[in-house]
Ligand binder design. Structure first.
Ligand code: NAD
Ligand code: AHE
Ligand code: ZN
Length: 369
């Protein structure tokens, strides 16, 4: 079938809207009509050329929601008409990783996913005769896409696509990092570095679990008001701090934070986030994705004296199990998504979504089809 997609032809170049040919779903695959998709900083990261797994030409996008149109042979858990959210971290419930109970990082299709291909090693997208790469196993910047069954969460049918698409990455990543990865307890003091589409969800997760001080750190003071609405109790602009940021934050938290979250992708900030943790027990969670070649550093004494460095992918969430529950939380008014979606664009204005992200004037942009 013909589909409309935003194609990333080259690193650093705007996306172009093209009509592509999409082959139907093969064994274990599902054809999904994408109704809405968010634009995450990770899409911009890959488009920038800094992602070692970035491939071109590709259909980017990994924060979508839509409706099942057709299923391939062997698909048993989904049928046409089901409402779904594609998962860049699938949940096969059969691989060593899924069965470990220790991680959400299902590895059953990770290698083909990282090579921009479906699990059988081929692509479903073509432009003329040329094959176009998939992205993160989801490719939601298209009005139709093909996704493996194990990479689709079935969600309730009354949930609005243009809001719950954000559960496909940002909402789950932020709230999940608090609940699943850090396991923040009531009364904890936390510091969140970066108050964008991820950091604000970390803040609402911290409020949800009853954290005490929720300190937000951002170089853009324009983020303060919305962060306060989501539960931030103190705002720190590093540009306004005299002297080093770390001792300032240690003093503010009277000895260091119980938990810190890096939601930027800066290795310098990752170090600060670790070092302002409380001696003996403070844990720092890296969520931000740093560019190819970047490395983190600290004095090992920071870890010897009890600080812990952790990472979190997709908030430690098991997508098919947890995503429908997070959609329920939104529908029941337990979490706020609406106020984080600051912009909505049609597909042919998708480059504007990247522009407002780089300007720092958006939190989340959603593309509707
Ligand atoms: P965003 O652009 O919406 O937000 C980034 C925020 O960081 C902005 O508010 C910006 O002003 C602030 N910032 C930049 N430099 C700063 C500095 N030096 N000090 C303080 N604040 C600074 O991005 P986002 O969509 O929220 O994504 C954040 C990061 O999380 C990205 O690296 C993205 O790739 C990553 N991410 C990771 C996962 C995961 O599963 N681990 C999932 C989604 C996104
Ligand atoms: N190809 C990138 C990977 C970047 C990365 O860490 N991705 C996160 C999700 S970011 C979503 O916005 C993730 O889930 N990682 C786990 C995985 O298996 O990729 C790079 O930098 O190499
Ligand atoms: Zn994302």
């Amino acid at each position: 079938m013909d589909v409309r997609a935003a194609v990333a032809h080259q690193a650093g170049q705007p996306l172009t809207i093209e009509t592509l040919t999409l082959d139907g779903p093969r064994d274990g695959e599902v054809l999904v009509e994408i109704k809405a998709t968010g634009v995450c900083h990770t899409d911009a990261y890959t488009l920038s050329g800094k992602d070692p797994e970035g491939l071109f030409p590709a259909v980017l996008g990994h924060e979508g929601a839509g409706v099942v149109v057709d299923v391939g042979a062997g698909v048993t858990s989904l049928k046409p008409g089901d409402h779904v959210i594609p998962l860049y971290v699938p949940e096969c419930r059969a691989c060593e990783y899924c069965l470990s109970g220790k991680t959400n990082l299902c590895q059953s299709i990770r290698s083909t996913q990282g090579r921009g291909l479906m699990p059988d090693g081929s692509s479903r997208f073509r432009l003329g005769e040329d094959s176009i790469y998939h992205y993160m196993g989801t490719s939601t910047f298209a009005n139709y896409t093909v996704v493996p069954e194990i990479a689709l969460a079935k969600i309730r049918e009354d949930a609005p696509f243009d809001k719950v698409c954000y559960v496909g990455c940002g909402v789950t990543t932020g709230i999940g990092a608090v609940i699943n990865t850090a396991k923040v307890e009531p009364g904890a003091n936390v510091i969140v570095f970066g108050l964008g589409g991820i950091g604000l969800n970390v803040i609402q997760g911290c409020r949800l679990v009853g954290a005490d001080m929720i300190i937000g750190v951002d170089i853009n003071p324009g983020k303060k008001a919305l962060a306060e609405k989501f539960g931030m109790t103190h705002f720190v602009n590093p540009k306004e701090v005299e002297g080093d940021l770390v001792p300032y934050l240690v003093e503010l938290t009277k000895g260091g934070a119980d938990y810190t979250f890096e939601c930027i992708g800066s290795v310098q900030v990752m170090r600060q986030a670790l070092e302002c943790c409380h001696k003996g027990w403070g844990e720092s969670i890296i969520i931000g994705v740093a560019a190819s070649g970047q490395e983190i550093a600290t004095r090992p004494f920071q870890l010897v004296t009890g600080r812990v460095w952790k990472g979190s992918a997709f908030g430690g969430a098991k997508g098919r199990t947890d995503v429908p529950k997070i959609v329920d939380w939104y529908m029941n008014g337990k979490i706020n998504i609406d106020d984080l979606i600051t912009h909505t664009f049609p597909l042919d204005q998708i480059n504007d979504a990247f522009e407002v992200m780089h300007e720092g004037t958006s939190i989340r942009s959603v593309i509707t089809f």
